[in-house]
Every structure is written in C-alpha cells, then in structure tokens.
Design a binder for this molecule. Structure first.
Ligand SMILES: NC(=O)c1ccc[n+]([C@@H]2O[C@H](COP(=O)([O-])OP(=O)(O)OC[C@H]3O[C@@H](n4cnc5c(N)ncnc54)[C@H](OP(=O)(O)O)[C@@H]3O)[C@@H](O)[C@H]2O)c1
Length: 232
C-alpha cells in the first residue's frame, strides 16, 4: 500500500499516520461464503485479515487463511475483534444479536454489516423480518461502534467478479459516522465495485430491502443486477 493511500486511510480512521498498520487490520467474523469472497480480496489491497471463528482450528478455516495469505490468521471472534479496528460481521442474520453481544467492546471500531434479515412466506418470497434493520439493531447493541451497512445487496459471486454480471454493480452504503463510511467506500471501490453513499444509518432498512427485491426476482426467475447512475 502506498504511503499516500496509507495516510489517506489512517486519516479517515482518525489515527496518526504512524498508526496506519494498526488501522488496516480487519476482523471478519464468520468464515462462510462472504468471508471467503471478501477476505482474500481485502488482503490483496494490503489489509491484514484476522478471521473470527467459533472454531479457528477447523480445516476449512486453515484453508481460508492459506488462500488469504498476507499474514492472515484466525482466532475466537472476541479475540479477533480486540486485535482490529475494522470489523465485518459476516454471520447469519438471525445470529447477529448474540454474535455482537459476544464480541466485547466495539467502541470506536468501524463495524460493517452485510447481513440480510428476511423471512420467507408460504409463497416462497422473502419479506421484512422486523420493523427496523439489522444494522440499527447492531448499533443499539453497540452504541459506541461506527456501524456501516454495506455489501449485502449482491451474491458473493458478484463480489468476486462483478463484471461477470455484464457491467458495473453499485453498492449502497449507509451509516451515521462519515469517516467510517468514507473508509468503507474506499474499501469497496478498491475491490472493483461501485459504492454509493446513500445517507444515514436509518436508511439501512431500505438497503436491506434491496436484497429482498433482488432475491425475490431470482426466485421468480426474473433475476437482475443494477447500477445506480449519477444524476446528470
Ligand atoms: N452468501 C452471499 O452471497 C451473501 C451476500 C451478501 C450478504 N450475505 C449476508 O452475509 C452474512 C454472511 O453470509 P454467508 O453466506 O457468508 O453465511 P454462511 O456461509 O452461512 O457463513 C456464516 C458464518 O458465520 C459464522 N457463525 C457465527 N455464528 C453462527 C451461528 N450461530 N450459526 C451459523 N454460523 C455462525 C460461521 O463461521 P464459524 O463457523 O467459523 O464461526 C459461518 O461460517 C449473512 O447474514 C448473509 O445474509 C450473504
């Protein structure tokens, strides 16, 4: 990572330039599809990845660490969080409250929420799981965290290879902490997706709703990708 880029990211994170290496450690909680897609890509951008797993010694976790390279490691979730300034909670949507409670103090940390709350009705279509959003529930559970909703609006395959969809793919990003959001925008831009800052965290419910529409379109065999173009 160049000095200029390092300086930029450390400034966004609120650290002095000399603390940049510390600021670039990202704890990804969970070792499923999203962690497997994003962990290696973030590592390619110069970040140090530490996976938070309930079983960090499992063979699949070891394989993920090896594929990630660049000094990646794994630990129990709370330990991974303690060693990082940026945290992604890539866990099942309904496990998120219990997981967040188990992570220890998230105060001051950027916490990226890619989860997709939904229930599935008798007709097979997804619907709202609750009246608020997972991101706002996360923020209530960890008031000092710098929560950013992002990366929930596409399949992991699209994260890895967005151009395979036939064109650019937008990534809605919302959050109340402008510096945290700017860091996440930079992180997403660096892996070849097109982040769009869509405002405060109260809009997370709309962003989570995009997955509901997108997923239902697939169920109805009318699958689509989208690109939010800047207004002229
Ligand atoms: N799959 C996609 O394409 C995609 C795309 C965008 C967003 N998302 C969202 O991102 C989140 C992660 O998706 P994913 O597909 O990576 O999920 P996944 O493959 O099911 O993996 C979730 C990981 O969370 C950890 N975990 C912690 N607590 C858990 C619990 N109580 N039960 C099960 N696993 C638990 C597990 O890691 P350890 O066993 O190592 O602890 C597991 O590997 C979900 O909320 C999903 O809605 C998924």
């Amino acid at each position: 990572m160049s000095y200029v880029r390092t300086l930029f990211l450390s400034t966004l994170l609120g650290f002095a330039a000399c603390g940049a290496a510390y600021a670039e450690t990202i704890a990804i909680i969970g070792t499923g599809q999203v962690a497997n897609a994003l962990g290696p890509m973030f590592a390619e951008q110069g970040h140090t990845i530490i996976y938070g797993s309930r079983n960090p010694a499992r063979d699949t976790v070891r394989e993920l660490i090896a594929r990630t390279g660049a000094g990646a490691s794994a630990a129990q979730p709370a330990e991974a969080v303690a060693r990082a300034e940026v945290v992604m909670v890539a866990v099942p949507w309904d496990a998120l409250p219990d997981v967040v409670r188990s992570l220890g103090d998230l105060t001051g940390k950027i916490v990226i929420d890619p989860t997709n709350p939904r229930i599935v009705g008798d007709d097979g279509l997804r619907d709202w799981a609750h009246d608020t959003s997972n991101a706002e529930i996360l923020q209530e559970l960890a008031p000092g965290a710098r929560v950013v909703k992002a990366l929930n609006t596409m399949n992991w395959r699209t994260m890895v290879d967005p151009m395979a969809t036939g064109g650019p793919v937008s990534v809605p990003v919302v959050g109340d902490d402008e510096q945290a959001k700017a860091f996440v925008v930079e992180l997403i831009d660096a892996i070849g997706l097109e982040p769009i800052d869509l405002g405060p965290l109260r809009y997370a419910r709309m962003v989570e709703g995009m997955y509901i529409l997108w997923g239902n379109a697939n169920t109805l065999e009318r699958g689509f990708n989208y690109y939010l173009r800047p207004a002229p």
